[in-house]
Design a protein around this ligand. Structure first.
Ligand SMILES: C[S@@+](CC[C@H](N)C(=O)[O-])C[C@H]1O[C@@H](n2cnc3c(N)ncnc32)[C@H](O)[C@@H]1O
Ligand code: SF4
Length: 431
């Protein structure tokens, strides 16, 4: 089948699914992938595809998932895939495009079309071989740009702010809902875990995010299962971690799997990291990175900074730190350009301020690390954003919101943008 010009097709619909740790009213929804856009979706909406109401099989073999698969083969758009389509329109490679391309290179790519053929014959799809699981929203950090449904600490803090300042303030916080205060752990859901263990027999890839996955005892139990049953050598695991909790147990476990991708979410160094990702301590993160490097040589390491207003003037220092570390161990830099909440987006900064950041970003190209293709492209995309005079129309409104939310968190966290991010502060203070 030729899918070259198919703008809707995604391998994930036949291979992959996600279990969330948030959702309303039930914590733990089944989604096709992490880029799924529930507010645009019209197909799975209101069908109660969650851990309380349906089994994984009921979701995977549902008429709604089959409808998605049919539409994809016909090249008709899927409303829930809106986030991917938007990324494609803005010129970045969407998850859909990355996975379609990446799958061809995987061993399983060879048998992928057999899976589609079997499905076309009887409309029963082979079990998913790739899983993205958010076990819990339990987190020890409250990163400013994160979401209360993904971080228990942020949820707690936002609820406390709302109680003191009133509900109107949620306009700035954006997305808090009281359901976010409930912390579930799928690892304690025996029925769900039985289904997941069963899937591990055929599983090829597990993606663990959270919350902070390294904090959960049940996450270690889950990964012990394929190790003890000799499936681990078939499985690639991918982690996103904030690197505040690197235990010996975690580092040793990594050796048991076919392949490990460890993505470190670190947004700056020193005060910048501590300001964005409170209450993390830079000294301990830096120690943990080195501990991991010295005690594991198997994992592929990535660092994924979330580029946003707060760190736009400090990207060079961040890259310089990892450039130096690359002398010890290769670390791929895979930046995320923040898209939401709007008030942290770099293109919300006034044009004159963005100009001040351009020279510093240009300096990054002097670093060896900037030759990495992903980083090189992202730096160019960032430069384009910084130099585009026609940034989006609501900038002023979002800038106002940026100041309000910054002052609010500064007050409740006893932090100060002026002290922690003096360069940014000096540039934006007159607006
Ligand atoms: C929600 S975290 C969960 C895993 C783990 N706690 C961590 O920080 O890596 C997963 C990823 O989402 C990123 N992230 C947080 N807020 C974001 C936002 N508003 N836009 C894009 N990515 C965001 C984080 O930087 C991290 O790389
Ligand atoms: S560490 Fe991860 S989950 Fe926790 S608040 Fe930060 S980005 Fe969110």
């Amino acid at each position: 089948m030729d899918i070259t010009n198919n703008k809707s097709f995604c391998v994930y619909a036949w291979t992959h699914m996600m279990i969330t740790a948030s959702g309303k009213p039930v914590r733990g929804e089944y989604w096709p992938c992490c880029n799924w856009t529930p507010h645009a979706d019209t197909i799975l909406k209101d069908k109660k595809f969650d851990v309380k109401n349906k089994t994984i099989k009921e979701f995977w073999q549902s008429k709604e998932m089959n409808h998605i698969r049919e539409r994809m083969l016909e090249g008709r758009p899927i409303p829930g895939c809106t986030a991917c389509y938007q990324e494609e329109q803005s010129g970045t490679a969407s998850l859909r495009q990355q996975e379609n391309e990446g799958w061809v290179r995987m061993k399983e790519g060879k048998t992928f079309w057999d899976t589609v053929d079997r499905w076309e014959k009887n409309k029963i799809c082979d079990s998913p071989i790739s899983l993205d699981i958010n076990f819990s929203s339990l987190c020890n950090l409250k990163c400013r740009m994160c979401f209360s449904g993904l971080s228990s600490e942020l949820a707690k803090e936002q609820w406390s702010i709302i109680q003191k300042e009133g509900w109107e303030v949620n306009h700035e916080l954006m997305r808090f809902q009281t359901d976010d205060l409930e912390i579930i752990d799928h690892g304690d859901n025996t029925e769900l875990m039985k289904q997941l263990y069963d899937l591990l027999k055929v599983n090829r890839r597990i993606y663990l995010k959270g919350g902070e996955p390294t904090l959960l005892r049940t996450m270690y139990n889950f990964l012990d299962y394929p190790v003890n049953n000799n499936y681990a050598q078939n499985i690639q695991i991918k982690f996103n971690t904030n690197m505040t909790n690197v235990q010996k147990q975690f580092v040793k476990l990594m050796d048991k799997f076919r392949k490990v991708d460890l993505t470190m979410s670190i947004d700056g160094i020193d005060a910048v990291q501590e300001y964005i990702r409170a209450p993390s301590k830079w000294s301990s993160i830096s120690k943990n990175i080195n501990y991991f490097i010295e005690n594991n040589d198997k994992a592929d390491l990535m660092v994924s900074p979330c580029w946003q207003i707060y760190n736009v003037f400090n990207i060079y220092e961040h890259l310089k730190y990892f450039d130096k570390l690359c002398e010890k161990r290769n670390i791929e830099v895979t930046p995320i350009l923040l898209d939401f909440p709007m008030h942290y987006r770099i293109d919300v900064l006034p044009y004159e301020v963005r100009q001040q950041a351009v020279d510093k970003i240009k300096q990054c190209f002097k670093l060896k690390i900037a030759k990495q293709p992903t980083l090189y492209k992202k730096l160019h995309t960032l430069l384009k954003i910084l130099m585009n005079k026609d940034s989006h129309k609501d900038s002023k409104k979002h800038m106002k919101q940026f100041f309000k939310i910054t002052a609010l968190y500064d007050k409740y966290r006893s932090q100060s943008i002026e002290k922690s991010l003096p360069e940014l502060y000096n540039h934006v203070t007159k607006y």
